[in-house]
Design a protein around this ligand. Structure first.
Ligand SMILES: *Cc1c(COP(=O)(O)O)cnc(C)c1O
Length: 449
């Protein structure tokens, strides 16, 4: 029990010079914990002697764990452009600078500068979006999941919503259409079969308690073979005839036509707007290439009703979201697509990608075994299910390490690549120009370690 007597006194322990530069209250709280654990270990006879230097190191390491930034920059070398685990869409740094002033100063978020009275938060973006999409009105919420929830809750609480069985999707991160529907208060009316839904299924399902015909984008799978689904424009027609609302949850909404023939299977928001729908919603940070947001467009009378739902207060977006989204929409309207990194990556030609790959290859050819690989990647984020686009990667080998060892070592330096055909690849579809030098430096450091 002598050991118990020699446990350091907390007050004295925290006054050690090693903690001089650190936050006193935080050090005190960590030190109390460490010393309590020490006491318990002594009582359990797990410990034979007290090593104060080790205790100091333990406190410092816990302090560093807490204070180091948890959210960090990574280099996305996976080739997956809309990578939800890696933050989905990048914001161009010039766009970010333009918006910085809104965050660092007061602004007219809900203030009408002309009238000197309270203004409307959602008004800022509406003119640009109306011009761009030709819709009557627009509403921005926290994300597309909240858009779906708000729409169902507003129009279909205690009423029926007709959805095809082939579209009852589950999207990563526990977004399941049937579950979202029931928690919004709507009753799901499933129609058709897994592989086939016909227009008559929609028509037959409509009764006096039907509020909405809903279509959901099959974001992460496709139904091949003996299958058919009903086009949204046909659903819009039927909804109009029967005086119910039509709504398409597009998932990733893109305004610019996709390359590589993907526009055939994945039409743009503009295409869907041609059928004059009641409501459409899509994500701000998938192929639109902006911040996390849910964008709802459609008829003014429905958007007005959404704005009256109390829930909107819980789903409302910050000034930064609105400012960044406004810049994104303006860039599209003005044809300045170079301001949208997601689109830059998507439209980059194989020649450009190859040039980037060769520039890294040249710099590391003396330290790594490399090869330029022409391969394919996915866009990701539930944007173009089961479709691939061409890309260029550089395979990296060194010190006879196995690919998964190289993957792990580079991941420890925040470079995330992928393994394909037993090779570790850096995919240039998602590597930014200024990251090539960073990768070079990191690889050179690693060779010396
Ligand atoms: C991605 C997706 C959502 C969720 O959108 P978030 O913006 O991530 O909330 C909803 N529906 C579909 C069909 C999707 O693809």
């Amino acid at each position: 029990m002598d050991l118990l007597k020699s446990i350091p006194k907390v007050d004295k322990f925290v006054s050690n010079k090693a903690f001089e530069e650190m936050s006193k209250p935080l050090i005190l709280s960590i030190a109390k914990n460490v010393i309590n654990n020490l006491r318990e270990d002594i009582l359990k006879e797990n410990i034979e002697k007290i090593d104060e230097t080790k205790l100091i190191q333990e406190v410092i390491s816990k302090y560093e764990d807490i204070t180091k930034p948890s959210l960090q920059k990574v280099i996305n070398a996976t080739g997956v452009i809309v990578h939800t685990n890696l933050g989905r869409s990048l914001i161009d740094s010039k766009t970010f600078d333009a918006v910085k002033q809104i965050a660092t100063s007061y602004n007219n978020l809900e203030y009408n500068l002309e009238l000197g009275k309270r203004g409307e938060r959602y008004s800022h973006i509406s003119n640009v979006v109306k011009k761009l999409l030709g819709c009557e009105d627009v509403l921005i919420v926290n994300n597309n999941a909240s858009a779906v929830f708000l729409i169902l809750n507003t129009f279909a609480k205690n009423k029926e919503v007709v959805v095809s069985r082939g579209e009852l999707v589950e999207i990563g991160g526990s977004f399941r259409v049937p579950d979202v529907m029931s928690s919004s208060g709507a009753t799901l009316k499933e129609i058709g079969t897994t592989n086939k839904t016909h227009l008559k299924d929609y028509i037959n399902a409509i009764n006096e308690n039907t509020s909405m015909l809903m279509k959901v984008h099959k974001s992460n799978y496709s139904i091949e073979g003996f299958s058919s689904e009903v086009l949204f424009k046909e659903i819009v027609e039927v909804a109009k005839e029967h005086d119910v609302i039509d709504y398409y949850d597009m998932g990733s909404g893109h305004i610019i036509d996709l390359p590589y023939g993907l526009d055939q299977s994945e039409p743009s928001v503009l295409k869907y707007m041609e059928s004059n729908p009641s409501l459409l919603s899509f994500s701000g940070d998938k192929l639109l290439g902006s911040v996390q947001a849910g964008i709802i467009v459609g008829k003014k009378k429905y958007i007005d009703q959404l704005k009256k739902n109390q829930l909107l207060r819980m789903l409302r977006v910050d000034k930064l979201t609105l400012a960044l989204l406004e810049e994104n929409m303006k860039s599209i309207l003005l044809g300045k697509l170079e301001n949208i990194p997601t689109l830059n990556m998507l439209f980059k030609s194989l020649d450009e990608l190859k040039k980037d790959a060769i520039s890294l290859q040249e710099k590391i050819k003396d330290i790594c075994k490399t090869e330029i690989i022409e391969t394919k990647t996915v866009i990701g984020g539930g944007t173009t299910p089961n479709k691939k686009i061409p890309t260029i990667a550089l395979s990296i080998g060194f010190k006879n390490y196995k690919p998964n060892k190289i993957e792990k070592l580079l991941r420890a330096k925040n470079i995330i690549g992928r393994i394909e055909n037993e090779q570790f690849l850096l995919d240039f579809r998602t590597i930014q120009k200024d990251e090539i030098a960073l990768i070079e430096n990191i690889l050179k450091e690693m060779i010396n370690e």
